[in-house]
Design a protein around this ligand. Structure first.
Ligand code: ADP
Ligand code: ASP
Ligand code: MG
Length: 421
């Protein structure tokens, strides 16, 4: 007998019919002789709708109340799913994150899992029941408060449960057939990937591919959880995310996939005295705001003035607070001006085979040039090259680069459901 953890995303449980369809799928897994633990997301776009509702009530909802509100979405789907399974004659029990033992830190809206004590889940399994756990939520012991894990966090719930229970596999069911070379909603000729390393998926997730939540991939990698991403709308095999051990031979294409991201803004600090210590001073100010700085580029200083510029990218919603912090220290740092650009787009090219191959950047830049797309910033890691372009050219850039690297499939990818919101 195997223990299988299955996670169903919002678009897979969007309405009563979908819940019944998913229930049948879970029961089939049980019938095949497996123990089943399910993590479920809120129905459809519930989380987005609850966020909109909160902002209609107040422009700045309190983080604690926001977690109380958003965690209710998953309670609806977990109980309905348990009811649907029971009506099919199988035992099922739903649990909130807290009841399932998802212990987190106290950070409302972006809590990290610090421990998982799934005592009640084990009891349910021992009683022959299917355990249904509300995704995306946890509990902090010190504050005795409900927390949420950040958008997309139900993936993390599933992986954490799989690790704590020693599950054989963690299956992530969604509205596309697996992990593709690029978001098939943006590049219809995206190709499904059969096997990908967690290392590559981590880079794709960090670069904006929301098919898996970055913290879930991190968790799976750290705890050696095998993930399979597949569609809840058919029985295709999906994509296996593996953690190869040292010495394992894995076929590593030069370029595995592309990710795009429209969620960042760029801040440029103009006219900084080019003397030692200025970058440290600036990024100390930025760090105090808790902003997540991504790319940083410093220009060569103009010989005549001895002044330089530094640009960096960060999540759009953090830009104002960082601008304010920098402005308040302008005199002390001695820069001339601040510029804010929220119309940027980031494209990342990822592939473990890049390590051993040169010429990837040249090919990328050429593909962009051939399509008249200007590059604003560049950054690289061992297995990734990222460029910043204008937001309105990003989709065109993704399609051009996808074709240039020979990633196009013969036919258009099928997106089963969801609004892509
Ligand atoms: P769920 O509600 O199941 O968690 P998400 O909307 O979070 O679903 O993630 C699935 C979506 O991720 C797909 O519909 C697709 O538009 C998007 N996506 C982004 N990048 C990729 C990729 N490389 N492969 C597959 N899907 C991707
Ligand atoms: N419902 C949450 C969200 O929409 C968590 C998730 O779906 O993974 O972000
Ligand atoms: Mg998701």
């Amino acid at each position: 007998m195997s223990l299988i953890v299955q996670k169903f995303g919002g678009s897979s449980v969007a309405d009563a019919e979908s819940i019944k369809r998913v229930a049948k799928r879970i029961v089939d897994t049980r019938k095949a002789g497996n123990d089943v633990v399910v993590a479920v997301s809120a129905m459809g776009d519930t989380t987005d709708e609850l966020i909109d509702l909160a902002h209609e009530v107040t422009p700045l909802p309190e983080p604690r109340e926001m977690d109380m509100l958003l965690s209710s979405g998953e309670r609806i789907s977990m109980s309905l799913l348990a009811m649907a399974i029971k009506s099919m004659g199988y035992e099922a029990r739903s649990f909130t994150g807290m009841q399932a033992g998802m212990i987190t830190d106290a950070h409302h809206g972006a809590a990290r899992i610090v421990d998982v004590t799934p005592v009640r889940i084990r009891e349910a399994l021992d009683d022959g029941a299917i355990a249904i756990v509300a995704g995306f939520q946890g509990f902090n012991v010190d504050t005795a408060e409900i927390t949420t894990l950040g958008r997309g966090g139900s993936d993390t719930t599933a992986v954490a449960l799989a690790a704590a229970l020693g599950a054989d596999v963690c299956e992530i069911y969604t509205d596309v057939d697996g992990i593709y070379t690029m978001d098939p909603r943006v590049v219809p000729l995206a190709r499904k990937i059969d096997v990908i390393t967690a290392e590559e998926m981590l880079e794709l997730a960090a670069s904006g591919a929301k098919v898996l939540y970055i913290r879930a991939v991190e968790f799976a990698r750290r705890h050696g959880v095998t993930l399979r991403v597949r569609s809840s709308f058919n029985s295709n095999e999906g994509t296996l995310v593996i953690n190869p051990k040292e010495g394992d031979t894995v076929e590593q294409p030069i370029v595995t996939g592309i990710a795009t991201d429209l969620s960042e803004a760029k801040i440029t600090i103009v006219g900084i005295p080019d003397v030692p210590g200025k970058a440290a001073q600036i990024f100390k100010i930025v760090a105090k705001t808790d902003a997540n700085v991504d790319m940083i580029v410093q220009n060569v200083s103009a010989a005549a003035t001895g002044l330089t510029d530094i640009s960096f990218t960060l999540p759009k919603e953090q830009a104002q607070i960082v601008l304010q912090a920098l402005r308040s220290e302008q005199e002390d740092v001695g820069f001339t001006a601040l510029q804010h650009d929220d119309q940027i787009g980031k494209l990342a090219l990822v592939g473990a085979g890049m390590r051993a191959n040169s010429g990837v950047s040249a090919k990328l830049f050429e593909a962009l040039y051939d399509n008249g797309i200007n590059i604003d910033m560049i950054s690289t890691s061992e297995i990734r090259i990222s460029v910043v372009t204008r937001a309105d050219t990003l989709e065109k850039a993704a399609r051009a680069v996808h074709t240039a690297f020979g990633l196009d499939a013969e036919s258009v990818a099928i997106v089963h459901a969801g609004t892509g919101r």
